[in-house]
Design a protein around this ligand. Structure first.
Ligand SMILES: Cc1cc2nc3c(=O)[nH]c(=O)nc-3n(C[C@H](O)[C@H](O)[C@H](O)COP(=O)(O)OP(=O)(O)OC[C@H]3O[C@@H](n4cnc5c(N)ncnc54)[C@H](O)[C@@H]3O)c2cc1C
Length: 466
């Protein structure tokens, strides 16, 4: 096995013998070497500045662009590296592990935006965005809505109307990574002929239309990722800015945006977890206690912390790579052209939920354990561990949050996928009848009268009623 290097020196953390390299092609291992070199030369140092100064990691993203990573999964004929989901997971993990988690998150959101375009590539979208990624064009996904919190699939503060042969778009997003800094924004709104919240459409809007106040962004971790609120007010765009047919939003979310975000972000949490172990190895093998003549790493307690962290993180890494492999198989290595309604990645969405839950939970646990292993030294800023700890804590709360995911999985297992009811459309008869049974006769009558009045009003408003 060849040695992992950090510049001219052997890497101070875990070597390649603890990386599951059998999932990577030789080319992917080469891409990883390039990323590690970029992290060592510049990206890791920039991470500290981004964290200290709430600085958008523009230089790091430029470096990724210069080496082709902004178009990692774009076909070669459109100027990309033509890589697959495994390469994407590897790159997200590597950037977060050796370099900068904020950069990793901005890049993951960029990759999600590119994935949405690549699901429905038109000549106009390819020329305007996809072919220009090599020149450093940065995209992002703007989905979360201030009114529905982490239920980002429910954009109540948005709409699109047909206008002058194109569309007029209004959108409010409570969080948008790279908000105010990205060059293009992939947004989800309700459709022009809105029939319910499962009737969503996707648009791409350029930066000049984005209203953002980056100066308001301040957070525990991921401080460079600038995920502030943004809005788009009465923005008029030509029809060529629509991504996919009207009404394709829910499908695009399940087939492109969600799988992309869940693979990328899970890999980022894994990178932070194993990166925290790297730091703990560096510290505990160097720090000595003169009284007992031992290094911190010589205590069995510390070995237990590290052993458990490595095994649990590697289980999570293998889980992510395995789901990435399933997506590669379903999409013929990310080359299959999918027609509207044709499913490939979305068949594995319930697996993607599981990897995000496991990776985010594990990262939160591992950074805590590595802090304990390093003691008070780990609490100080110069060791970098505390930045990994703060960045990793974003995993659990980022949508879909871990509370939502474990409920999705448990509910789908017990009651079936149809019970998930993303858009609050199905009626839970058991709950309603149980509550109604608590009412006395007068309260039942009052409720019945109110419901009859509401039903009469709804009927009168139905199209065709006189
Ligand atoms: C660093 C960072 C970057 C981000 N970047 C982006 C981005 O680029 N684009 C984007 O669209 N969004 C982004 N987000 C937003 C993210 O996806 C979530 O929408 C956001 O974190 C949710 O926060 P909230 O305060 O609205 O939570 P709330 O939705 O108010 O949740 C509060 C609590 O209620 C729980 N909860 C909510 N719904 C349920 C339910 N149905 N069942 C059980 N429990 C529930 C939650 O799990 C949580 O514990 C980012 C968030 C962070 C932290």
């Amino acid at each position: 096995m060849y040695e992992k290097m950090w510049g001219a020196e052997p890497f101070w953390g875990l070597g390649y013998d603890w990386d599951p390299d059998w999932v990577l092609t030789d080319r992917q291992k080469g891409l990883r070497e390039t990323l590690i070199t970029l992290c060592e030369q510049e990206m890791r140092a920039n991470a500290k500045r981004s964290d200290d100064e709430l600085l958008f990691p523009r230089r790091n993203l430029e470096l990724l662009g210069e080496h082709g990573f902004l178009a990692l999964c774009v076909p070669e004929e459109w100027g990309g590296l033509g890589e697959n989901h495994v390469a994407y997971a590897m790159a997200a993990e590597t950037i977060a592990r050796y370099g900068c988690a904020s950069t990793a998150m901005c890049w993951i959101m960029h990759m999600g935006a590119v994935a949405a375009l690549m699901l429905r590539p038109t000549p106009e979208l390819v020329d305007k965005y996809v072919r220009r990624l090599g020149s450093g064009l940065i995209g992002t996904i703007s989905y979360s809505d201030p009114e529905t919190g982490s239920h980002f699939w429910y954009p109540v503060s948005s709409r699109a109307e047909r206008r002058n042969g194109g569309y007029r778009i209004n959108k409010k997003a409570s969080w948008t990574t790279s908000g105010g800094f990205a060059d293009f924004y992939v947004l989800q709104t309700t459709s022009p002929d809105f029939t319910g919240y499962d009737d969503l459409s996707v648009f791409v809007v350029d930066k000049e239309h984005c209203e953002a106040e980056p100066s308001l962004w301040d957070a525990l971790g991921m401080r460079g990722n600038q995920s502030g609120a943004v809005s788009f007010t009465d923005v008029e765009v030509p029809g060529t800015q629509r991504v996919g047919p009207e009404g394709d939003g829910a499908f695009s979310n399940d087939e492109a945006v969600d799988p992309s975000f869940l693979i990328g972000s899970s890999a980022c949490w894994n990178g932070l977890a194993i990166g925290a172990v790297d730091i703990a190895k560096r510290h505990t093998t160097r720090k000595r206690h003169v009284d007992v003549g031992m290094r911190v790493a010589d205590y069995p307690t510390i070995q237990d912390y590290v052993g458990q962290a490595v095994m649990e993180t590697n289980a999570s890494r293998m889980f992510v790579y395995s789901v990435a492999q399933a997506l590669d198989e379903a999409t013929e290595n990310n080359t299959k052209k999918l027609e509207p309604g044709e499913r490939a990645r979305s068949r594995f969405l319930h697996w993607a939920w599981q990897i995000k839950f496991v990776a985010a939970q594990n990262a939160g646990n591992v950074v805590d354990a590595m802090l304990h292993a390093c003691g008070g030294s780990g609490y100080k800023r110069d060791m970098e561990l505390e930045r990994y700890l703060r960045d990793a804590k974003a995993g659990w709360v980022m949508g879909p949050t871990n509370e939502v995911l474990r409920q999705f999985v448990g509910k789908a297992v017990l009651l079936g996928f149809e019970s998930l009811d993303y858009w609050n459309q199905s009626y839970n008869r058991r709950v309603v009848e149980n509550e109604v049974n608590k009412l006395d006769a007068a309260a039942k009558r009052e409720l019945a009268e109110r419901l009859l009045a509401e039903a009469a009003k709804a009927e009168a408003e139905e199209p065709g009623s006189s």
